[in-house]
Design a binder for this molecule. Structure first.
Ligand SMILES: NC(=O)CC[C@H](N)C(=O)O
Length: 322
C-alpha cells in the first residue's frame, strides 16, 4: 500500500509531539559524568529533516549538547566506509547485547567480541580501526571530518565535558584493557579510548543530528550540502545496527513499540531514521534506567503513531506536495 504524506502533515505531527510531551516529567540527567549532571533538565527540542533538505524544528533545537553515544553511529559509518561491511562484522560484530552500554559481561558472553560498534566496547574498537593507523591526529581528523560531513556543519568539542569524562571513565578503561587482552583493539589502546571519549564530547545541536540522520535515510547523501558522505549500500547496515541495539537493553521493546530504528546518547539525544523518508532527532536530558532520554522517547513514539509510520509495515510512504 502506498500512503501519501505532505510536508504540512509531517510538520503538524512534529509540533503536536512537542506539545504533547513538553510537560512530561521523570528520569534524571546522566549523573556519572559530572558535566552532564549539571545541564538544564528542562531543555527539549525536536528537529526533523527531509531528503530534500527541508527542516522542521521546534523547541531547543539550536542548543549545543554532548553527542555521547549517538556518535557511535557516525564513527561506525566511517569504519564501514574505510574497511567494508564484512570487516566490521569480523572484527567487531553486529549483535544486540541485551545489556547496558558499558557492560563487561557482554564482552565475556560474546566470546571476546565487542558485539557491535554501537556499545562502548565496539565503539572503542571502531575508533581503533579508523585509519590512518597509529596516527592520533590523523585519526581524530578523520572522525571529526566524517562527523562534519554527516551533520552538514562542524561540531564543537566541549572541553569541559571531555575533561569531565576523561577523569571519570574508569569503566571504559577496564573495557579497553579487556579488549586489548582479547586482541580486539586494533591500534594503541589508550589512543583508541581517548578518541572515543573525545568524539562523545563533541557538542552538537538537535538540528545537526537530524541532518545526519536524514543523510543515513537518504542513502549517504547529505540533504543540506548535497555531498555524498558514504556509499548507499551502507544504509541498510547502519539501520540494522541501530535497530538491533540502539536502546541497549530496551532495544526490542523500543522497536516493537515504535517501528523506528533509532540510537540514543546519555547527553539526552535520540536520532531516528526512516529510510527514504526522513531523519529526526529529539533531545531532552533526563534519562531512564538504560540511559535513554525519557521525553525524547515519548516524542518520537508520538510522532510515529500520529503519522502511522512503522519501518516494518507493508506500507510505503511517498512525500507529496499538498
Ligand atoms: N550511552 C552513552 O551515551 C554513553 C556514552 C559515554 N561517553 C560513556 O562512554 O559512558
Amino acid at each position: 500500500m502506498i500512503t501519501r504524506l505532505t510536508f504540512d502533515q509531517i510538520s503538524t505531527a512534529v509540533h503536536d509531539a512537542y506539545e504533547a510531551c513538553k510537560d512530561i516529567k521523570g528520569g534524571q540527567n546522566a549523573h556519572y559524568i559530572p558535566y552532564l549532571a549539571n545541564v538544564n533538565s528542562d531543555l527539549f527540542g525536536i528537529s526533523l529533516c527531509l531528503p530534500d533538505g527541508r527542516l522542521i524544528s521546534v523547541g531547543d533545537t539550536d542548543y549545543r549538547f554532548g553527542i555521547e553515544s549517538v556518535s557511535k553511529v557516525h564513527t561506525a559509518i566511517l569504519a564501514l566506509e574505510q574497511h567494508g561491511a564484512q570487516a566490521i562484522l569480523d572484527n567487531i560484530g553486529a549483535d544486540a547485547t541485551g545489556l547496558p552500554f558499558n557492560s563487561i559481561f557482554a564482552i565475556l558472553l560474546e566470546n571476546d567480541r565487542p558485539s557491535t560498534p554501537l556499545v562502548n566496547a565496539g565503539a572503542i574498537a571502531a575508533c581503533s580501526l579508523v585509519k590512518p593507523h597509529g596516527d592520533a591526529d590523523g585519526k581524530w581528523k578523520a572522525i571529526f571530518d566524517n562527523m562534519t560531513a554527516l551533520l552538514g556543519s562542524e561540531p564543537v568539542l566541549i572541553d569541559e565535558l571531555y575533561h569531565s569524562e576523561s577523569a571519570t571513565n574508569f569503566d571504559n578503561r577496564s573495557i579497553t584493557w579487556l579488549l586489548q587482552e582479547y586482541g580486539r583493539i586494533y591500534d594503541d589502546p589508550k589512543m583508541s579510548l581517548d578518541l572515543y571519549t573525545r568524539q562523545c564530547s563533541l557538542g552538537v545541536t538537535a538540528e545537526q543530528l537530524a541532518i545526519s540522520a536524514a543523510t543515513i535515510a537518504d542513502d549517504g547523501a547529505n540533504p543540506i550540502t548535497k555531498r555524498r558522505v558514504f556509499g548507499a549500500e551502507l544504509t541498510p547496515k547502519v539501520v540494522a545496527l541501530m535497530s538491533a541495539v540502539g536502546f541497549y537493553e530496551h532495544s526490542g521493546d523500543w522497536l516493537y513499540a515504535t517501528g523506528l530504528p533509532a540510537k540514543t546518547g546519555v547527553g539526552g539525544a535520540v536520532i531516528g531514521v526512516m529510510p527514504g523518508l526522513f531523519g529526526v532527532c529529539a533531545f531532552a536530558p533526563p534519562l531512564d534506567d538504560a540511559g535513554n532520554s525519557v521525553k525524547a522517547q515519548a516524542a518520537l513514539k508520538h510522532l510515529m503513531k500520529s503519522l502511522n509510520l512503522n519501518v516494518f509495515s507493508n506500507t510505503h510512504f511517498d512525500l507529496v506536495e499538498a
